[in-house]
Ligand binder design. Sequence first.
Ligand code: SAM
Length: 247
Amino acid sequence: MIESVAFPHFDGDKEKEAAGTAVSVPIGGSQEAAMTFCVVLPQPDANVEVEKGVYEGGVQIWEGSRDLVAFMARQRQEGVDWCADKVVMELGCGHGLPALFALQHGAKSCTFQDLNPAVLHNITAPNVALNVPSDASRCRFVSGDWPSLPRLFASEQLDACDVILSAETLYREEGFGDIAAVLKAGLKTGGVALFASKRYYFGVGGGSVLFSQYIASTCGSDLRVDSESVIEDQRSNVREILRIVRT
Ligand SMILES: C[S@@+](CC[C@H](N)C(=O)[O-])C[C@H]1O[C@@H](n2cnc3c(N)ncnc32)[C@H](O)[C@@H]1O
């Protein structure tokens, strides 16, 4: 299903303050820099229980989305631009911080995809309105599960992407085939996907190590996978940024 979402408008700083909360993402590296986003927080009574196939965590901001923003920001400092003039999709976006970063840095268009229409309506779209209000016309919102996406690319209801961004979506091995099918159908030749993930999701399965093995062993002629960055902060699981190129 392709959702079209009406954008909330925020006219002044006061209104914006009331609607949003600042979230700061340290970029790390040699410079003490950070990216700050203004995000809507869910209502206290919102139902946020994760339930497989029904609600998969889109209301929360997960650390992988911060890792992906920090990675792209550091790469920019080093002269590598993942965003300017690119057709971008964020897969399993939730709050959509990586895609917001891409829009702030010149993405040509951006599709926000999430399982839940309510997440897109109540969280992602307001975040777009708060952070990149003038870019709303360059955004689309697609709800539904990953197996529904390849045919939307095949029928050109969705544009082939230069860049697909995704954070904290590799936590279930049984989803790897669906995600790989999206990359094969949705990336242009030479297009790139960046995934931020734990290396292992203990107790759940999945992770960047198993996903890399899956891509290398089953999609070798279509997709090439490399580890771009490993994040070890001694506070959480070891995390990783994967780069996957559509060959
Ligand atoms: C753990 S949350 C991560 C949210 C966000 N990327 C972040 O890092 O803050 C996983 C996201 O993937 C989406 N998702 C999970 N399984 C999905 C599926 N089978 N089809 C479509 N989206 C799915 C969920 O809706 C959710 O937004």
